[in-house]
Design a protein around this ligand. Structure first.
Ligand SMILES: [Ca+2]
Ligand SMILES: [Ca+2]
Length: 84
């Protein structure tokens, strides 16, 4: 239940409850369409001080959590990662 599993979602850290997860999700969802794209993830990581996350890396992170294979992260998929 702790440490290790969320390394690829760094910046999110340990999210204890769904409200905190939703806030984190909204921080990544820059255009508020309810989905996190690779471009959004990359921008937010850059804002958080990690300029080494390229769009390719961002897409890989999203793909690793992308339950339905559309290349975008929904809140449900994001939440599933928090609880992995
Ligand atoms: Ca979005
Ligand atoms: Ca998806």
């Amino acid at each position: 239940m702790c440490a290790g599993h969320d390394r690829h979602m760094k910046g999110v850290g340990h999210v204890a409850d769904i409200e905190a997860a939703r806030k984190a999700f909204e921080r990544y969802d820059l255009n508020k369409d309810g989905l996190i794209s690779a471009a959004e993830y990359k921008s937010v990581m850059a804002q958080l001080g990690d300029p080494f996350v390229t769009e390719t890396v961002a897409q890989a992170v999203i793909n690793s959590a992308d339950g339905n294979g559309d290349g975008l992260l929904s809140f449900e998929e994001f939440w599933a990662v928090q609880n992995r």
